[in-house]
Design a protein around this ligand. Sequence first.
Ligand code: ATP
Length: 298
Amino acid sequence: MTAPLIVDGLHKRYGDLVALRDMTFSVDPGEIFGFVGSNGAGKSTTMRIILGVLAADAGEVRLGDRPIDLDLRRRIGYMPEERGLYPKMKVGEQLTFLARLHGMSAAEAQDSVQRWTDRLGVGARYDDNVADLSLGNQQRVQLAAALVHDPSVLVLDEPFSGLDPVAVDVMSDVLKEKAAEGIPVIFSSHQLDLVQRLCNRVGIIARGEMRALGTVDDLRARDGITLEITGPRADVAWADALPGVRRVDYGETTRLLIDPEAADDQLILSTALQNGPVHRFATSTPSLTDLFREVVSA
Ligand SMILES: Nc1ncnc2c1ncn2[C@@H]1O[C@H](COP(=O)(O)OP(=O)(O)OP(=O)(O)O)[C@@H](O)[C@H]1O
């Protein structure tokens, strides 16, 4: 069992650009945390600071109550966005070298490299140069590089980008397995369906700030409930003044964001009927993609 990864009040500027402002969150042992945000939101910057390849202007990263130092850094499995393999080095040789760098004995390293390359479907490429592999296979090797030393924390920057569906499944299973072993797992991704499926909690960031943090279910319930009313387009503005109705998007399917405590669904239905036929009247919960759009555009 390891300790939680705590990201506490990170600030980072690149010249005049504020890349991170009070970035704070934590990832518990056994938890998969999805880190999402638009391009340039600050995900990679945060992950680089977690690993210590970039220094924050203020704030701290800890594993439990211990600030991340050189020693703890060696216990992190990291997949950088820019990837970091030596293209002219053989897959097996390179991974063994990395495992040895992290303190494994030659036998342990060899064993672990064999296990992970087999598991990730690149065992047969052991003696090939990394540069001769397809991009997807290079990414599998990159994940193996993050895993071979049996890390206590996993920090993966866009591990799913460019993977085929089978590799996505393998990668998903590996992340779930590592979390089940009791380590904190954090990954960034623009594939929100995957994030929604895999993560216990998510953090949505925009312009260097954490805008929403919680389980997908909590975040979905945060704003209220969406009511969908489908029928021929009625006169607009019929629902604006009803109690408990927070927002309405009129269209072929009219969507009302309602406060379940204050709204009266029967009143909404009867008012809708006074304004035209209703073919469908149902509640729906927003997807992570809907939430994301809402949060980053706020
Ligand atoms: N070395 C650097 N020098 C100057 N600005 C930088 C540097 N690295 C990142 N930035 C800027 O900092 C901001 C945050 O970048 P970052 O790479 O952390 O975003 P990201 O969320 O990972 O984006 P993406 O999803 O596109 O990978 C961006 O505006 C980016 O242009």
